[in-house]
Design a protein around this ligand. Structure first.
Ligand code: NAG
Ligand code: NAG
Ligand code: NAG
Ligand code: NAG
Ligand code: NAG
Length: 403
């Protein structure tokens, strides 16, 4: 009797529990889906075909909503805003995708930098996220503006410039291929940011100084603005020919940091010096005039494409001013995420920056000139789709907002 009773209870209870769990999981998943953006790959380039077919109506609605938000934000930055008092002495553009941990590190670094209070930080996003906006909008140590790349994979998940699984040649004959949309997006995004900042953001339109470019996966020393200002002073001085500043060379060796007699290098710009680059409108005009070469060069890295332009200028090269000890570093230097620990790598970098602390803010420096030119040669590929060439050219040809 007792057994039977327990038995019936069990039979009755299990399906109810199972059913409740299923409903719970279903609600959980659907509620997550409705708040969170469409599913797009992060580290992994491949999208399962199943997901592709299932771009739900709410995802499409979300994309349309984002497009409006983004257009409004960009329009606001390109039209005059009288209420703002645009008092800043220099501009830092920061390219952001989705690396929120790295971004937090970078913001910490910026906060500690001497002189940051007079900067305008212009965050250029290729992914719209409330979490990232929260980090950016929480910044109170400098002025902040946000702009959003409008041709992103987030907004075009399964059509060009996102993943449409095609590559097209000059005559628009397309074949099936896994075009790496996220990698490719990075070059477009940089080009769009530079065009937008130099030509279209209201706050920067009358600014004719040097603009510094950083990315979310970079970190800065507390004296990076101090060094930037020294190099910028040299760039402006009429007796040195120089087009670009670079604050990082990818090396971290503590013997490169000295309070006296540290070296400033002036030489043709090369691929080792692509961290923390800065240039002004004059250089931008030269670069923009060479858009065809930037946009058609078969390399999906903006830095290599920009260096390639060196060979197309009348002087045959861009000259760069840099400092022997890097002031901008790359965070998360992991090639293989399985064997490499990002947290640990970042700790190593932060420790290194702590170690050189006493050797920052050098007060005696000398300039070393050199003419050694690195062979630029062919691009490394990944940029063959004619639609990418055209999008890139379209971006730099966008009209200024004001005449
Ligand atoms: C916002 O900034 C404050 C101090 O500036 C910091 O303590 C806090 O953790 C920040 N919050 C977020 C969400 O980043
Ligand atoms: C920047 O513009 C101001 C006024 O428009 C001008 O006086 C100044 O010389 C310019 N500076 C440079 C470096 O072109
Ligand atoms: C300064 O550095 C240069 C090379 O970077 C070296 O040749 C020179 O001897 C140094 N001078 C002093 C005073 O240390
Ligand atoms: C732009 O490029 C053309 C040649 O393509 C050249 O004649 C002109 O001087 C360039 N203008 C600038 C501002 O560099
Ligand atoms: C990565 O490194 C951090 C700090 O060194 C450590 O706490 C963590 O356990 C490591 N993670 C893995 C997966 O090894």
């Amino acid at each position: 009797m007792l057994d039977g009773c327990v038995m019936t209870k069990k039979i009755f209870v299990y399906p109810v529990v199972a059913c409740a769990m299923l409903i719970y999981v279903y609600l959980k998943v659907t509620s997550r889906l409705s708040n969170s953006p469409i599913i797009i790959p992060y580290n992994n380039e491949k999208i399962p075909t199943k997901i592709q077919a299932k771009l739900a109506k709410k995802d499409i609605d979300y994309i349309l909503h984002l497009k409006n938000v983004i257009n409004d934000a960009n329009r606001k930055q390109s039209t005059e805003d009288d209420e703002m008092d645009w008092d800043f002495s220099f501009i830092i553009v920061i390219q952001v995708y989705r690396g929120i941990n790295n971004l937090n590190h970078l913001v910490d670094g910026l906060k500690q930098a001497k002189g940051i209070g007079t900067a305008l930080l212009l965050f250029s996003h290729s992914f719209y996220s409330k979490d990232i906006n929260r980090v950016v909008r929480n910044i109170s140590f400098a002025r902040v503006l946000q702009i959003y790349y409008p041709y992103s994979v987030q907004l075009h998940p399964f059509v060009f410039p996102g993943y449409d699984q095609k590559t097209c040649d000059e005559v628009m004959s397309c074949r099936k291929s896994d075009r790496k949309a996220l990698v490719i997006q990075h070059k477009h995004h940089w080009w769009w940011s530079a065009s937008f900042v130099f030509d279209r953001v209201f706050a920067t339109r009358n600014y004719n100084g040097t603009i510094l470019f950083l990315e979310e996966n970079q970190y800065v020393t507390s004296d990076f603005i101090y060094i930037f200002r020294i190099l910028d002073g040299l760039l402006r001085s009429s007796n040195l020919h120089c087009d670009i500043i670079s604050l990082g060379n990818g090396k971290s060796k503590s013997s490169s940091y000295r309070l006296i007699n540290s070296s400033i290098l002036l030489k043709p710009w090369d691929t080792r010096e692509t961290l923390g680059i800065a240039f002004n409108k004059d250089t931008w005009k030269t670069v923009k005039n060479l858009s065809e070469h930037f946009c058609r060069y078969n390399d999906n890295r903006w830095s290599k494409s920009l260096i390639h332009l060196s060979t197309k200028t009348s002087l045959g090269k861009f000259y760069a001013l840099s400092i022997e000890g890097s002031r901008v570093f790359r965070l998360n230097k992991c090639k293989d995420h399985k064997t490499c620990n990002e947290t640990k790598n970042n700790e190593i970098l932060l420790n290194f920056v702590r170690k050189i602390r006493k050797k920052l803010f050098p007060f005696k420096m000398h300039i070393v000139k050199s003419n050694s030119v690195e062979e630029v040669g062919e691009g490394n590929g990944g940029w063959t789709d004619v639609r990418d060439h055209e999008l890139c050219l379209f971006i730099s040809n966008l009209r200024n907002v004001t005449p």
